[in-house]
Each structure stands twice: as structure tokens, then as C-alpha cells.
Design a protein around this ligand. Structure first.
Ligand SMILES: [Zn+2]
Length: 281
């Protein structure tokens, strides 16, 4: 039975095959069931990830227990990743509890402080066979910022080269035009910049945050330019919430296993679409 594995070998396999790995956020048992169903139906590896909010909601023991059990349901290896870890302590707690991959997000710190924090987390993680993702530049939220303002947060290739060398991260989240949440206008990605960054970081995997709502052709091109992991959260949350709403409006049923089922199916369909897209379909 496969256990949870670090994300590094999954990223390496994806890069070798010229595809990306889908990193799907889960929030509760229902969304986890949906992702595992999707991965199973496509016989695909995925990265399951949670933010700190989900950790506060479910608790680390529950998350690791559920994800470990989920890994046994499918043949392909999967990783459990901390998304946007905000501190060394949180990353350490996740590593202690059995996460196999952590992101440390120092993107709001100065370049030097981001390097120092990320390096500390990378040292701890690697000594526990856990993979690490850092972030350089800053991936904003669509509610905070729009238009040309976003470009000032973009990752610079020369900084990226120094960052990966100094921190030894396995993966680097880059700011090249995507943002978190729903996009309000047209999505524009700076592919020239992405190509330069990939050249600068060598075999380090590049990560695209804010994958929800990015048109398929742009996702495909981003993968061609070197993106190896794509994060999806907003569309999954949206599918679940709409599914539950619809279900509750349609019937007075109080058996929540029945009311949640259409929502699980809706999320599974989105997950299938995203995993397929990452694999080039
Ligand atoms: Zn993100």
C-alpha cells in the first residue's frame, strides 16, 4: 500500500514527463473524498494540500489521519502538503505530525529575511525527508490588486537563481501574473519571465498558484515554460458550496450523506478536469 510520499519525487517525475502535478486543496472529508475519487479514476498522483485555516478547522491529527487513509485508497503515490505556511513553527508542527511537504511563504518579507526563514525550514524539512516549497515575488489576491499594479510583485529571474541556491528548496512558487481567488478581468501571464526564471533555477520545480480560472491554453503554455505544480483551491470551494446550496434548496432531506453527495460529485468533476489539464489533456 503506498503511503504519503514527499512531493519532490512527484515533481521530478512531472518535470521529466513534461507535465505538471495538480495540487488540490481540501477543506473537509467531503472534498478529500472528491479528490481521491478523481485521482483514482485517472490513476494519477496528486498533491493534497491544506492551508492553516483548514488546520485550525480540522486539526493536524485529523488531517494527517484522513490523508494517510486516503493514500491507501489509490495506487499512485500522493503527498500531503502545507499550503502557504506562515511561520517556522507551523511548518515544524506539520512536519512533526506527518505532512510530507511544506510551503514556507516568506514572500512578504525582505529578500534576505525570506531566504533566512526558508533556509531554516528547508534544513528542518530535509532532515525529516519532507519536501519544501518557497515563494519569491508575491502572488497577490484578486480582491487586493489588479491591472498593472500586479507586475511590481513579479518574481525576477536573477533573484530566483540566488534564492534557490541559498535555500535549497525543492519547489519555488513564482509570481508571473496569476492571483488567488476569482479573476475579475483577463488573465495575463508573463511567459518570457517564466522561461527566464526556469532557466535560472535549473531543476528546481516551479509552482503556479491561483490556478483556478486560468484558461486552459495558458495553463498548457505555463507547463511548457517550466511549471511543474499547479495549485487549485477557489474552483473546488466554489463547486462544493454551490453543490450543497443546490442540494439544500432542492429537498428537505436531512440525511447529510445524501445532501453532500451532489457536492462531492461536483468537486470530483472539477478535480478530474484539473488533473487532466495538468497532464496535458
Ligand atoms: Zn497560493
Amino acid at each position: 500500500m503506498p503511503k504519503l510520499c514527499p512531493s519532490q519525487p512527484l515533481l521530478e517525475t512531472a518535470q521529466r514527463s513534461g507535465v505538471a502535478i495538480a495540487a488540490l486543496n481540501f477543506y473537509n472529508a467531503e472534498t478529500l473524498i472528491a479528490h481521491i475519487g478523481a485521482a483514482k479514476s485517472l490513476n494519477a498522483s496528486i498533491i493534497l494540500q491544506t492551508t492553516e485555516s483548514t488546520i485550525n478547522y480540522l486539526g493536524l491529527n485529523m488531517i494527517v489521519g484522513m490523508a494517510t487513509a486516503a493514500a491507501e485508497e489509490i495506487e499512485q503515490p500522493i503527498a500531503l502538503h502545507l499550503d502557504h505556511g506562515g511561520s517556522y513553527d507551523l511548518a515544524a508542527r506539520c512536519i512533526d505530525h506527518g505532512y510530507t511537504s511544506v510551503m514556507i511563504d516568506g514572500s512578504k518579507l525582505s529578500f534576505a529575511d525570506n531566504i533566512a526563514l526558508t533556509r531554516r525550514v528547508a534544513e528542518l524539512a530535509h532532515s525529516n525527508d519532507v519536501s519544501v516549497e518557497g515563494e519569491l515575488g508575491h502572488v497577490t489576491h484578486n480582491d487586493e490588486i489588479s491591472g498593472d499594479d500586479i507586475t511590481k510583485f513579479y518574481t525576477r529571474a536573477e533573484d530566483a537563481a540566488e534564492f534557490v541556491k541559498e535555500t535549497r528548496v525543492d519547489a519555488l512558487a513564482v509570481a508571473v501574473g496569476t492571483a488567488h481567488g476569482f479573476y475579475k478581468g483577463k488573465v495575463r501571464l508573463d511567459f518570457d519571465r517564466l522561461t527566464q526564471i526556469k532557466k535560472a533555477v535549473g531543476s528546481t520545480a516551479l509552482v503556479l498558484h491561483g490556478g483556478s480560472g486560468v484558461p486552459k491554453e495558458l495553463v498548457r503554455r505555463a507547463i511548457e515554460c517550466g511549471i511543474a505544480k499547479i495549485n487549485f483551491g477557489t474552483e473546488l470551494k466554489d463547486a462544493f458550496t454551490r453543490g450543497v446550496k443546490q442540494s439544500l434548496c432542492d429537498t428537505d432531506e436531512i440525511d447529510l450523506r445524501k445532501t453532500f453527495m451532489p457536492a462531492i460529485e461536483a468537486v470530483r468533476n472539477v478535480s478530474i478536469e484539473k488533473i487532466s489539464l495538468c497532464r496535458g489533456y
